[in-house]
Design a protein around this ligand. Structure first.
Ligand SMILES: NC(=O)c1ccc[n+]([C@@H]2O[C@H](COP(=O)([O-])OP(=O)(O)OC[C@H]3O[C@@H](n4cnc5c(N)ncnc54)[C@H](OP(=O)(O)O)[C@@H]3O)[C@@H](O)[C@H]2O)c1
Length: 347
């Protein structure tokens, strides 16, 4: 099998394609012969050496990757809920950038007939993130106003769609004009292109009383203003900090990081109670022992995909060996939708 290995933190040159023996499934595990692998912004942070759970669970060297689709080609002892030849999508806490992947059987899910292997690999992380934010934490009511930052990206596209399923009035924010059409197609009720108009006056025009839910993975650039724009009983969902990181070069800039860290707002519990606001944060990579939450989320997401209630966002594919190009593109902040790596099995 082939896999991408990162030996030490750094830029794109650290993404090394290596050949290795096929992994063997242990009891309760299955091996997936991988066709397609989802790329997440988190993988770039792993490569830069800044992803806390990667250091905690794996260390160096590391193979990034949270999700892959393919065909089951080996079963560990005691596995009887799936069969050889089943097409599945797998969740994995790292290790996903590989042409063969071993995971516990409860982390594989049957692919609905409507989805291709590439689309199946695109959905899990972004939709589980949106699902956890909206359906486990925020619980918006029909008619709630929802502001989604980076609405044309992977998680953003998923938040827009799940927000519509929850009955929200969804306002999407994008950072470039070429992203507007994608967010319109996903059903957003309003779009703010912050490259062509100031973000917050436009956000106030769309929802003068503030927002019931704001989903923010920008971090320092918008977090304070996102909090200021919550309506009473409003909830701020924090799940990333990408404005701390560089858009080119692929290497963390320590001074910028330190300044951004110091400038990141801290929220006052006394004020939260007086203003009836909530601030919530989460990271899916710490939720892998919650098979109940991940399993329920995956079955609802795949059900929505099968019924046509959600669509796979636009996918751009790269060969596994061209993973550096995918990282470079994602970090540029210019991509729309989701990036997926394909293996030789797919081509
Ligand atoms: N906590 C969790 O469990 C969890 C799970 C999945 C993802 N995430 C986080 O969710 C965010 C989105 O992830 P994704 O994989 O779906 O990526 P993405 O949204 O497809 O791409 C990132 C987008 O962020 C915006 N951005 C703003 N400043 C940026 C910068 N300095 N560098 C790069 N992008 C910048 C850009 O959109 P605009 O310019 O249009 O805003 C860019 O297109 C990331 O912060 C990621 O770490 C968290």
């Amino acid at each position: 099998m082939q896999k991408i290995v990162v030996d030490r933190p750094g830029s794109y040159e650290q993404l090394r394609l290596v050949t290795a023996p096929d992994p063997k499934p242990g009891p309760g595990e299955v091996r997936v012969r991988v066709a397609a692998i989802g790329v997440n912004y988190a993988d770039c942070i792993v490569r830069m050496g800044l992803y806390a759970s990667a250091k905690e669970y794996v260390g160096w060297p590391i193979t990034p990757g949270f999700e892959a689709s393919g065909v089951i080609d080996a079963l560990g002892e005691g596995v009887d809920s799936v069969q050889l030849g089943d097409e599945v999508v797998a969740l994995t806490r790292f290790g996903g950038y590989a042409s063969a992947l071993v995971v516990p059987v409860h982390q594989v899910f049957a692919i609905p007939p409507k989805l291709s292997l590439v689309q199946a690999a695109a959905l899990p992380s972004i939709f589980l993130t949106a699902y956890f934010a909206l359906f486990e934490l925020a619980h918006p009511r029909p008619g709630s106003s929802l502001l989604v930052h980076s609405a044309a990206g992977g998680v953003g596209s998923s938040l827009v769609q799940l927000g519509k399923i929850a009955g929200c009035r969804v306002i999407g924010v994008v950072g470039a004009a070429h992203k507007v059409a994608a967010v319109t197609e996903l059903g957003a009720d309003g779009i703010i292109d912050k490259s062509s108009e100031p973000l917050w006056p436009a956000a106030e025009r769309f929802s003068p009383g503030g927002y019931d839910v704001i989903c923010d993975a920008n971090g320092v650039e918008t977090l304070g203003k996102s909090y200021d724009h919550l309506a009473p009983t409003g909830k701020l969902l924090i799940y990333g900090f990408h404005t701390m990181l560089p858009r080119q070069g692929g290497r963390a800039k320590w001074l910028k990081l330190a300044i951004a860290y110091l400038r990141t707002p801290r929220f006052n519990p006394l004020e939260l109670t007086q203003k009836n606001r909530s601030v919530m944060g989460f990271n899916l990579s710490y939720l892998f022992d919650r098979a109940d939450i991940l399993g329920e989320g995956m079955s609802r997401i795949l059900g929505f995909a099968e019924s046509g209630e959600i669509v796979c966002p636009k996918v751009t594919t790269y060969e596994l060996a061209a993973v550096a190009d995918a990282h470079r593109a994602l970090e540029s902040a210019q991509t729309v939708g989701k990036l997926v790596l394909t293996t030789k099995r797919w081509r």
